[in-house]
Write a new protein. Sequence first.
Length: 193
Amino acid sequence: MIAARYDISPLGPFLELSVAEPARLGLRSGLCVTSMAVTSPAARTMCRQRWDLPTELAAMTWSCDGDERSLAWEERGIVLRGRPRGPWLPAVIPLRFVQCGPSGPTVVPRRIRGRLRLAAVRLEVAEGDRLRSLTGSHTGLMTPGLRMVLRPPRQPAGLLSSIPLRVPQVGPGPEPAALAATMAELRAYGSVG
């Protein structure tokens, strides 16, 4: 699970809560985002149309209490809290998202650079929610700020593309007309955020 607060982005400030599961596309292993919520219509539109991420718009709140950070999605009864422990360490983490949306299977390279710290994470999920099994304490990572580069999606090619696909089918679904109309203004920001 990923909880993030973007203070500065090409799409403006917004909050994100994502669930990513291990997956592979041929021999390419990575993470497949199976559920994602953001607080910005522009971010939702970009995530759905540019990267085939199953993004929905949600009302969420971010709070700080000393070192503890939390993100709450009241509509679904999900609260993710993290408290850092241990020293801050510099890190560069290459990630790969593998998605299967309307445009077919895609690979999305991502690189994160910043200071990371181990964290004690507590997840609370309401009864009846499909994520209820994740409720409890976990070990995670926290960062006070990072630089993230998300590359444009690419379709697999060559020998590896013929290997059977093991990516959850989680297409983003149809885009509401009001949000699709704003996409022309945002297209230039696709490879930045």
